[in-house]
Structure formats: structure tokens, C-alpha cells
Design a binder for this molecule. Structure first.
Ligand code: ACM
Length: 376
């Protein structure tokens, strides 16, 4: 039954669920998504809330455990009586939350790039689908480095599916995949030794990484230790942001390449102001990244829809979200009927200060094509 609130009839806060890991091997990136979420909530509350009611986050820490995401999603919806959840980085954690929000008619706002090929009426996808990052990255790499790719990924659904898609894009651009390996999500430096042996033997032109979390640091360090020159054979990634570069050390990350809708400093004046508010709250040394930015702007999109509907009921809120737009730090973004977001496509190279220099970007936001229908 629709839980309609009538304007002015209560001063109770709007309670929303937030599920990002602040401990474990994914905290390096998920904690930044939590920060982006809380910054946006604070901004909305500081401006008077929605209908003079504050947004109150109810937080749980799934500690990088996939099953904990499903468990806490259920607790949020059943025990805490919450319908809207902001959360999840890994696709496996999203898949754990999916049956909960679908069965109980919640709305999961998912601020992370992913493999596409999914539609749920109970998810709003605000990270990039493969047509918004992999396609441009592949063409850029072939034009600048060569045709032979080596795939290294963490062993779970996103890297395997993303590589399946990337393999198709590479082949249709005349390239080839020389090798492919997966390491565990908790991979340690020694787990990358066989990868380094492969790379020395196969001599690919590009190492394409979909390694996530702390293991990212071990991969880049292993490449540096093996004397790999990023000017000749870069690691090109969809998952390495300013946060992982900071964790590995700027010298280790320098010269490597990432495709993302957003890099710190890439979005003009609106972004400069966002970065300065973020640093004021979390510290001068804390960079923003694509995952913070999506976590941040999706809360503002939610707030606009809530302002218009004054209801947390998914069936009332959702139609207001679909078709809505926002001037986000990356530029103007909009959510379409497929529940995905038009996002910018950018390719950046990490510099000595842990920042990405933008080498190429789209002229405007690119429509999401999660099923790759327009990509041959
Ligand atoms: C991811 O697991 N969607 C990065």
C-alpha cells in the first residue's frame, strides 16, 4: 500500500538506507562512495531538507562480504521499514541486494560502473555501462598502443562479463586477446607472479585490468617491480580511480590509463566547487573519483524526485526519477526509461600527483546502451 505523506503533516526525517563497506578489501573505494553519499545528504539537510524534513541515513557496514549486502538490505527494508537504499560497489553485492529490493519493492541506487545486460525496475544505475567506457577505451588503446591485449581481473561476475564484452569490442576493432587470467578478490602480491610471467612471455601491447579493491595496489606494484614501462605497455582499467592510485602511491600509478565518466577536476567550475566541499569535509589529501561523484549526484537526483512527490513509495518516486536530469560535477547527466544514466566518457592518464590528465572526452553525455544494441 502506498505510504503517502502529506506536506507539512510531520517533521519526522526521511530515512534512507546506505550500504557501503568501511572495512575489508573493498573499503578503499566503497568508503569514498559512503563519503559522497553523506556529503550530498548533508548539503540537502543544510539547505532545509525536503519539505522541511531532514534526510536521515541508516548505515550498515557489510565489511566487503557479498552475503552481508543481502542481509543488511533485508534488515533495512523489513526491520527498519526503509524503501530507498544507496549502495553497493561490486556487481556481486548488487546481485545479492537485487532479490530483496525486487521482492519488497524497494529502490536501490547503484553508483558503480558495471557489466550491463541487466534491467531491474527496482534499481537506478548511475555508473557507466560498457558502451560508456569500454568502447572508447578500446579504440584509444588500439590507436595508441597496439592490437594485443592481456586481460587481468578479479574473479567474480563483473570482470568476467566485462571481459566478455571487451573481447568482442577488441575483435571488432581488429585486435586480439593474447591472454586472460583472474585472481581472487583478496589477492596478495604473490598471486600476481604468474600474471607477470604471462606478460613477459606474451608481450601484449596493453594490460587491461578489471581488478578491484586492495588487489589493485598489488597488481600495479607487481608491474612496477617487473620494470614494465607504462609509456610502452600501460595498464588500462575501468576500475582504477584516484582512490586506488592514492593507496598504491602516485609513483606506482603514474602513466597508467583509466576510462571513467569523471576524474577529479574534469568537470569545470561545478566540479571545482564539489571538490573543494569534499576536501573541506574529508581532508585536503582526499581526492574525489568517479564512484564518489556518482554516489553524490544520485542522492541529489533522489532529493529532487522526493521534493516533487513528497513520498518514499517506490511506485510514486520512480516515475519522477526516470527522465530527470542534473548538473552533476562531471557535467549534465540524465536518467532514462531503462533506469540507466547518460554519462560522459573520458579517458585519463595518471600523473605524478595521483590525478588523471584527460586525454579524450565525449562532447556531451553518452546515452547508456546496457544491452549493447547499438554496438554491433
Ligand atoms: C563492479 O563490480 N561493478 C565494478
Amino acid at each position: 500500500m502506498a505510504r503517502l505523506q502529506h506536506r507539512g503533516m510531520t517533521s519526522e526525517p526521511w530515512r534512507v538506507g546506505v550500504l557501503f563497506s568501511t572495512t575489508g578489501f573493498m573499503a578503499v573505494i566503497e568508503e569514498t562512495q559512503l563519503r559522497g553519499t553523506l556529503l550530498a545528504i548533508d548539503e540537502i539537510n543544510a539547505a532545509g531538507g525536503i519539505d522541511e524534513r531532514e534526510i536521515m541515513p541508516v548505515l550498515y557496514n557489510p565489511a566487503s562480504e557479498t552475503s552481508a549486502f543481502g542481509h543488511y538490505a533485508k534488515r533495512l527494508m523489513v526491520t527498519d521499514d526503509i524503501t530507498t537504499i544507496f549502495g553497493c560497489y561490486t556487481s556481486s553485492s548488487r546481485k545479492a541486494v537485487l532479490p530483496v529490493v525486487e521482492r519488497l519493492n524497494g529502490l536501490l541506487w547503484y553508483p558503480t560502473l558495471y557489466e550491463g545486460f541487466e534491467f531491474s525496475p527496482n534499481v537506478i544505475y548511475t555508473g557507466a555501462a560498457p558502451n560508456q567506457n569500454s568502447v572508447a577505451l578500446c579504440r584509444f588503446l588500439i590507436a595508441n598502443y597496439g592490437l594485443r591485449f592481456y586481460f587481468i581481473g578479479s574473479d567474480y561476475i563483473y570482470p568476467r562479463e566485462s571481459n566478455r564484452i571487451m573481447r568482442g569490442i577488441i575483435r571488432s576493432n581488429g585486435g586480439e586477446v593474447a591472454g586472460e587470467r583472474y585472481v581472487g578478490l583478496r589477492a596478495k602480491p604473490a598471486d600476481f607472479l604468474p600474471v607477470m610471467r604471462d606478460i613477459q612471455e606474451l608481450r601484449p601491447d596493453v594490460i587491461f585490468s578489471t581488478v578491484v579493491g586492495d588487489a589493485t595496489v598489488a597488481l600495479y606494484q607487481a608491474c612496477a617491480d617487473a620494470g614494465l614501462d607504462p609509456k610502452v605497455t600501460p595498464i588500462a582499467s575501468l576500475t582504477t580511480t584516484e582512490a586506488e592510485i592514492r593507496a598504491m602511491g602516485f609513483d606506482v600509478g603514474e602513466g597508467h590509463i583509466t576510462a571513467a565518466p569523471y576524474f577529479q577536476g574534469s568537470g569545470g567550475e561545478r566540479d571545482a566547487s564539489f571538490v573543494s566541499r569534499y576536501k573541506k569535509r574529508y581532508g585536503e589529501d582526499e581526492p574525489t573519483n568517479m564512484c564518489v561523484e556518482a554516489a553524490y549526484f544520485q542522492v541529489h537526483i533522489f532529493a529532487k524526485a522526493l521534493e516533487a512527490t513528497n513520498s518514499m513509495d517506490t511506485d510514486i518516486l520512480r516515475p519522477m526519477v526516470l527522465g530527470s536530469s542534473l548538473d552533476a560535477p562531471q557535467g549534465r547527466v540524465s536518467i532514462d526509461a531503462s533506469h540507466h544514466t547518460s554519462l560522459w566518457t573520458r579517458i585519463g592518464r595518471a600523473n605524478r600527483r595521483g590525478q588523471f590528465e584527460v586525454l579524450q572526452q565525449s562532447r556531451s553525455a553518452v546515452l547508456a546502451d546496457p544491452f549493447m544494441i547499438g554496438c554491433g
